[in-house]
Design a protein around this ligand. Structure first.
Ligand code: SF4
Length: 296
């Protein structure tokens, strides 16, 4: 699906000018414009390579259909064919900063005991999601369960920003560095570098502005991932499992970080654990081999 902010317009431009200035047709043709008036022979660019005069229009004046972002403060025109190759012309627009800033999309769907699991994503059992769009591009990030457990993230660094890898990021929480790895390989084409300046978005908007990795999937990229329906059942079991794990970690007195009635654990509970407990919990639930994930 094309971005709703992608607009198109017919533009005019000078084929001979060193700098190609696009003039939308709607705003061209006003009284001072030389290009489409009999005054064009007085233009310096025309005089440099004067051609046979053709009446009221300069022979170097061209028209073309262009697209531009209606959400950008300054319209940058791109040829129709190029916008189809960029995220503007496909579902990848859901991860564009300008789109997110204007549209405020709501990704709260399919709750599993207060943990939202959007229907259009697939999930790995170390609490990450993958979104493969029709144009063959994919995005990955963390699910809301991991976001809730982490709370505030202080720093995010990327292990790789390009190439074929299991994408990985190093998250710093409560002073402890933890390596988060998507369990399957993909051709990494970019990372969400905005998160380095504003890491809070990773957990505040895990399915939209908090995305981590962008790439091109291969058949291996989706191996062993859960559909949203499967993930909802699995998530219910994860809620029980993490509460039991917390009870064990704290010698049966885990009520300070998990709810006493067996519901969702407390937000940002990892920050309340000792460092060794944090490591143990991260390894058990959020490493690429968590929850019985098969070896890769
Ligand atoms: S730059 Fe972003 S908001 Fe603008 S058209 Fe492209 S995807 Fe949409």
């Amino acid at each position: 699906m094309t971005c709703p902010f992608l607009k198109e317009t017919q533009v005019r431009y000078c084929q001979s000018a060193a700098f190609r200035k696009m003039i939308p047709l709607a705003s061209s043709g006003h009284a001072e414009e030389k290009c489409s008036s009999p005054k064009y022979p007085s233009c310096a660019v025309y005089r440099e390579q004067a051609a046979e005069q053709t009446g009221g229009l300069c022979p170097y004046l061209r028209e073309s259909l262009m697209q531009y972002c209606g959400a950008a403060p300054v319209a940058k025109f791109v040829p129709y064919s190029e916008s189809l190759l960029s995220r503007c012309g496909n579902d990848g627009h859901r991860y564009c900063e300008l789109y997110l800033g204007m549209a405020h999309p709501n990704a709260r769907a399919g709750n599993a005991d207060e943990i939202p699991l959007p229907d259009w994503l697939n999930y790995s059992t170390n609490h990450m999601w993958l979104d493969v769009t029709e144009d063959g591009v994919c995005h990955a990030g963390i699910d809301a369960f991991l976001g809730r457990a982490l709370g505030k993230v202080e720093r995010i660094g990327y292990v790789w920003t390009k190439g074929r890898h299991r994408p990985a990021a190093v998250l710093t929480v409560g002073g402890l560095e933890m390596e988060l790895v998507f369990p399957n390989p993909l051709l990494l084409t970019g990372c969400n570098l905005y998160l380095r300046a504003d890491p809070a978005r990773l957990t505040a908007e895990p399915y939209t502005g908090g995305w981590l990795f962008e790439g091109v999937p291969s058949p291996e990229t989706t191996v062993d991932l859960l559909s949203a329906a499967e993930a909802r059942q699995w998530m219910d079991r994860e809620q029980v499992r993490i509460n039991e794990f917390l009870q064990q970690l704290q010698g049966g007195t885990g009520d300070s970080v998990s709810l006493a009635d067996g519901g969702s654990f407390a937000p940002a509970m990892m920050r309340k654990l000792e460092r060794e407990q944090m490591r143990a919990l991260f390894l058990e639930f959020f490493s690429p081999y968590a929850s019985g994930k098969s070896e890769l």
